[in-house]
Design a binder for this molecule. Structure first.
Ligand SMILES: C[S@@+](CC[C@H](N)C(=O)[O-])C[C@H]1O[C@@H](n2cnc3c(N)ncnc32)[C@H](O)[C@@H]1O
Length: 273
C-alpha cells in the first residue's frame, strides 16, 4: 500500500470511529429495547447468524479455555456468547464509546472480557500467534477500507491451525435499493465504494465475494467452508431490532424478491499449521 492510500484509509477509518462514538448512545438505547445482549451468554447461538455458530462448533470446536478475539465487536453479541461458552474473550472495536457500553453490559452480566480499542487493520497490542479463534460478525466489512490489513492482522494473531469465522451481509444484497416489494438496481455489484454519507461523515464499502475471499487467500488463510444462507427471521427485513419480526411472509421470495438471494455470507478460514 502506498503512503497516500494508507493515509486515506486511516482518515476514513477515523471518520467512521468519530461517527460511531457519536451515535453510540442512541444505538445502545435501541439495543436495550430488544435486549438480545442479555440473553447471549446463556443462549450463545443467539449471538450469531448465517450458520456461523455451527461453523465455530465444527471447526474451532469446544470453546472452554480457548483464546478468542472478536474484531469490530460493536454490540458484542458474539463476544458475550463466546464468554458464556467459557472462552477467554478479547473484544476489539475502534470506538471508545461502543466499548464503554459493551464493558458496562459485561459487568452487569458478570462476564470477564478484555476490551481494547484498536483499528481491525492494526492490532498492534496483540502478539503474534496468540489466538485460537478470530470472529467478526454482521456489519463489519462494510466499515473496512483496507481488507488486506484486516486479513494480514487476522492471520498474524491466529495460532497456526487457528480459525477465523465470520458472518456478514451477503454481497449479493448490496446492489439493490432499500425495499422488499420489488427489486430495483441501485448500483452495480462491482461498485464497492467508498460510499460517503455526508450527514454521518462515514465511509462505507460493499466488497464482493471475490474481494473478501481472494484477499483472505492472499494473506495465507485457507478456506475450509463457505455458507450462503437466507434470513432466519423476518426481522432482518423489517428494521434493526433483533426482536422476532412481525411479517413472516418476507422470508418468501414470492412476496419479497430479495429473499431469493442469500442474506448472510459466512466462512471458516484457517491459518495453516
Ligand atoms: C454495526 S456495528 C456491527 C458490529 C458487530 N458485528 C455488531 O453486530 O454489533 C459496527 C462496529 O464496527 C466498529 N468498527 C468500525 N470500523 C472499525 C475498524 N476499522 N476497526 C474496528 N472496529 C470498527 C464500529 O465502531 C462499530 O462498533
Amino acid at each position: 500500500m502506498t503512503d497516500t492510500t494508507a493515509r486515506r484509509t486511516a482518515e476514513m477509518h477515523d471518520a467512521n470511529r468519530r461517527s460511531w462514538d457519536h451515535v453510540s448512545g442512541w444505538w445502545a438505547e435501541m439495543r436495550d429495547r430488544d435486549g438480545l445482549w442479555r440473553r447471549c451468554p446463556e443462549e450463545p447461538e443467539l449471538g450469531f447468524a448465517g450458520g456461523a455458530f455451527e461453523l465455530i462448533g465444527s471447526f474451532a470446536g469446544e470453546m472452554e479455555g480457548k483464546k478468542v478475539v472478536v474484531i469490530g465487536s460493536g454490540d458484542n453479541h458474539a463476544a458475550f456468547a463466546l464468554a458464556g461458552m467459557k472462552a477467554r474473550v478479547t473484544s476489539i472495536d475502534i470506538s471508545e464509546r461502543q466499548l464503554e457500553t459493551a464493558s458496562a453490559r459485561a459487568d452487569k452480566l458478570g462476564l470477564e472480557i478484555v476490551f481494547a480499542r484498536a483499528d481491525a487493520t492494526d492490532l498492534e497490542a496483540i502478539t503474534d500467534r496468540s489466538f485460537d479463534l478470530v470472529c467478526s460478525t454482521n456489519g463489519f466489512f462494510v466499515w473496512i477500507a483496507d481488507l488486506r490489513g484486516v486479513f494480514r492482522e487476522v492471520r498474524r494473531v491466529l495460532k497456526p491451525g487457528g480459525y477465523y469465522v465470520f458472518y456478514d451481509v451477503h454481497p449479493f444484497q448490496r446492489p439493490w435499493k432499500d425495499g422488499t416489494r420489488t427489486v430495483e438496481v441501485d448500483k452495480p455489484y462491482w461498485q464497492t465504494g467508498p460510499f460517503i454519507d455526508e450527514k454521518e461523515g462515514t465511509f462505507e464499502f460493499n466488497w464482493t465475494i471475490g474481494d473478501i475471499l481472494n484477499t483472505a487467500a492472499d494473506a495465507g488463510l485457507v478456506l475450509r467452508r463457505i455458507l450462503e444462507r437466507p434470513a432466519g427471521d423476518s426481522s432482518f427485513w423489517e428494521g434493526t431490532s433483533y426482536l422476532p419480526g412481525k411479517n413472516g411472509g418476507l422470508l418468501d421470495w414470492k412476496e419479497n424478491p430479495r429473499a431469493a438471494l442469500p442474506v448472510w455470507l459466512s466462512a471458516a478460514l484457517q491459518r495453516p499449521v
